[in-house]
Design a protein around this ligand. Structure first.
Ligand code: ATP
Length: 380
């Protein structure tokens, strides 16, 4: 069993900068766990502590049931894959993949077998005698993966392994890594700042902000049941639209617009029931706003259309809604929406709205999210 547990892990750099605060969770045997968050949130620090490349200031780390706080990296039975593939340019692919096994003193026949098995899995067989300089970026990335898998470690630790690849290759490699991990069933921690990568690859995703864990959950739950405003805004692209609003009984006032919040919302969020003139933050995903003339709904508002981006399958429509916009509290979360302070809606391609129109916009009100304006936590 290669379960990894973090118990109240803290990291203080030097004697002052508190980079990680009381990080606690368990990564199950065989699970693909992603650490995600904006730059500087501490995800690499957390991974490096698991790897043993960074001291743990306080707390307890176990791998496969063994406390490893003071165990050397090489004795932790883990394999790391970094952003820089760290391949030896003068060695062939075969020699690069074999290197960690030679260092471990494994016999030649076993090394040959493991290297060839790994090459077959990674479709590198025909490249075994080439040097890294003659390979594409994706092939080099696969060699780095090969070097990790031949060791048959208890866990893979990957720190932004795809960030040197172009966008198209990154999409292809993320699918390859995710399916390889599932086939091998090796416990994996994967660090990225890219929420799409996190959502598409992870069994579960740990969202971090400023050294503090915000939520650890399945991709679907992070999307549909975010614990707070930060997670709500960070997960999903375009971001959730967030506004200050007022709830009076079952009526929501969003700027000058008023509409009824359906019963189903109060059933799933009993914390909202019986509110009298309560300030809330309301969250609306782009796909829950539409052109009311194309797709009417019981909840409708008026909004000024500032931009229409027709993508064929849908139109991204930027809307000015006359309610106070709420910042997610993270400048890196979604830079493209921080400029205009406009809501983004995914309209049906049948919509004919144009920039400058005042549009009637339907809202799937049963899909609304509600947060407390002071704590910024979801209201359940
Ligand atoms: P990025 O995506 O930019 O790599 P990250 O989430 O991985 O960010 P870390 O590299 O873990 O963030 O850094 C977390 C915080 O700790 C940052 O504020 C960083 O400046 C700080 N930090 C990292 N390494 C050190 C160090 N050796 N000494 C002091 N502070 C450090």
């Amino acid at each position: 069993m290669a379960e990894i547990t973090l118990n109240n892990i803290n990291k203080v750099y030097g004697d002052s900068f508190h980079a990680i605060h009381d990080l606690s969770f368990t990564i199950k045997d065989g699970e693909f766990m992603v650490f995600v968050g904006p730059s500087g949130c501490g995800k690499s620090t957390a991974l490096r502590m698991v790897a043993g490349l960074e001291n743990i200031t306080s707390g307890e780390l176990t791998i496969g049931g063994r406390v490893v706080n003071t165990v050397d990296p090489k004795d932790r039975d883990i394999a790391m894959v970094f952003q820089s593939y760290a391949l030896y340019p003068h060695k062939t692919v075969r020699e690069n993949i074999a290197f960690p096994l030679q260092m471990a003193g494994m016999d030649k026949a076993e090394i040959k077998k493991r290297v060839e098995d790994a090459a077959a899995i990674l479709e590198l067989t025909s490249n075994l005698d080439r040097k890294p300089g003659n390979l594409s970026g994706g092939q080099r990335q696969r060699v780095a993966m090969g070097r990790a898998i031949v060791r048959q470690p208890a866990a893979f630790l990957m720190d932004e392994p795809l960030s040197n690849l172009d966008a198209k290759l990154r999409v292809q490699m993320r699918a390859e890594i995710a399916s390889l991990q599932r086939r091998l069933g090796v416990t994996t921690i994967y660090v990225t700042h890219d929420q799409v990568e996190a959502m598409t690859m992870g069994d579960r995703v740990a969202v971090m902000k400023a050294g503090v864990l915000q939520q650890v959950d399945t991709p679907q739950n992070l999307y549909s049941r975010p614990d707070n405003v930060f997670v709500a805004a960070f997960i999903g692209s375009p971001s959730m639209n967030l506004y200050e609003a007022v709830l009076d009984g079952t009526v929501l006032s969003l700027g000058s617009n008023r509409f009824e919040v359906p019963d189903t919302v109060f059933q799933t969020r009993p914390g909202l029931t019986g509110s009298a003139h309560r300030k809330v933050i309301v969250g609306i995903r782009p796909e829950h706003l539409n052109d009311a003339t194309v797709r009417p709904a019981s909840a409708e508002i008026s909004a000024a259309v500032t931009l229409v981006e027709a993508l064929g399958s849908e139109s991204m429509v930027h809307l000015k809604i006359d309610a106070p916009w709420v910042d997610s509290g993270d400048p890196d979360a979604e830079p493209e929406i921080s400029t205009g302070k406009a809501a983004v809606a995914r309209f049906s391609p049948k919509s004919t709205v144009r920039a400058g129109d005042i549009a009637r916009v339907s809202i799937e009100a049963e899909e609304l999210h509600f947060f407390d304006p002071d704590s910024r936590a979801s209201i359940w």
